[in-house]
Ligand binder design. Structure first.
Ligand code: CDT
Length: 303
């Protein structure tokens, strides 16, 4: 067995005018609780340092930039890195990344893995950007990730860290089977995911009433079909008038939920997870080399 004591640090709402330092103090409090429970690795939400700004139509470039991080860690986020390394805890966290790349300014919805010594070991940029590039008429709430971010350009890598093979995705990515499969084909044993999921995100009540179910369904199917652990952390609660689901959870390669949040506020959940549970599934029902038939899957990359 190869055990890791894993935690998800669900965060309650962040107000539009909350500063980074206030938010980081909350995150450090969650890290301390994680330490008291013996956790070695903590998963924080998507865009974890600010409110979920893609709900608004913003035009002022300075205001838009105020939600982005030109460096990670920066002056206000460094205390999180220091606290985690003092506690000997690794973490995953999401943030809005302002990058200078290919001779221009680029914006991505990004997540990183930081090891227990405070070093960034991996970066992922969200591939599946939901919503629209401009406001949709008649909708009471907007989801404008396509306005503020480019699709990620780093693929779905995995990293050997924390005693296992670890990959990342962000929020909407968790609904797409390709996300998990690309990482599973590289041997992923743990997939980390942070999310902000409003309970009115499709605008169709028949679908929206199933928001929690579809979240669980995606994670449980993703874990089972790819023989991997999944640790998913929400930003939850009523944030600037938008109700976002909680249900942060840790899912085993069996598809079973082994820990789940019961509130929509700051809440730590944790579980002792055996990376070798995934190995067992990979040697039996999901032995990819023996059972998959890639020659029959061509359409998936052609369309
Ligand atoms: N942040 C994010 O990706 N949220 C989406 C909901 C919005 S879709 C318009 C999700 O898939 O949870």
């Amino acid at each position: 067995s190869r055990f890791i004591n894993l935690a998800c640090a669900q965060m309650g709402p962040i107000a539009r005018d909350d500063d980074r330092s206030t938010v980081v103090r909350r995150q450090i409090e969650l890290l301390r609780e994680a330490k008291s429970r013996g956790a070695e690795f903590v998963v924080f939400p998507e865009l974890a340092f600010t409110t979920f700004f893609p709900r608004w139509v913003l035009d002022d470039p300075a205001e838009i930039d105020s939600f982005f991080e030109p460096e990670m860690p920066g002056p206000e986020t460094r205390p999180l890195f220091e606290a985690a390394s003092d506690l000997g805890i690794g973490f995953y966290i999401g943030y809005a990344e302002l990058a200078q790349e290919d001779g221009r300014t680029r914006r991505f919805n990004t997540a990183i893995i930081v090891d227990a010594r405070g070093r960034i070991v991996g970066k992922y940029r969200k591939v599946h950007l939901p919503g629209h590039a401009g406001p949709v008429e008649g909708r009471t709430s907007q989801h404008l990730e396509k306005r503020y971010f480019e699709p990620g350009n780093l693929g779905f890598p995995v990293w050997r860290t924390m005693g296992g093979v670890v990959g990342m995705c962000i929020c909407n990515d968790r609904r797409w089977p390709e996300t998990y499969r690309v990482m599973a084909l590289q041997g992923a044993e743990l997939v980390c995911v942070g999310y902000n999921t409003p309970d009115d995100h499709t605008g169709v009540f028949d679908f929206d009433q199933l928001t929690g179910f579809h979240h669980q369904l995606s994670l449980q199917a993703g874990a089972y079909q790819n023989a991997t652990w999944i640790a998913a952390a929400a930003k939850a609660g009523c944030e600037e008038g938008s109700n976002m689901i909680g249900l942060s959870m840790i899912v085993a390669p069996s598809g079973q939920i082994v820990a789940m949040a019961s509130t929509t506020g700051d809440e730590l959940i944790s579980a002792k997870c055996d990376f070798d549970m995934g190995t067992l599934y990979k040697r039996t029902i999901f032995d990819f080399a023996r059972h998959r038939e890639p020659s029959q899957y061509g359409l998936i990359v052609e369309r």
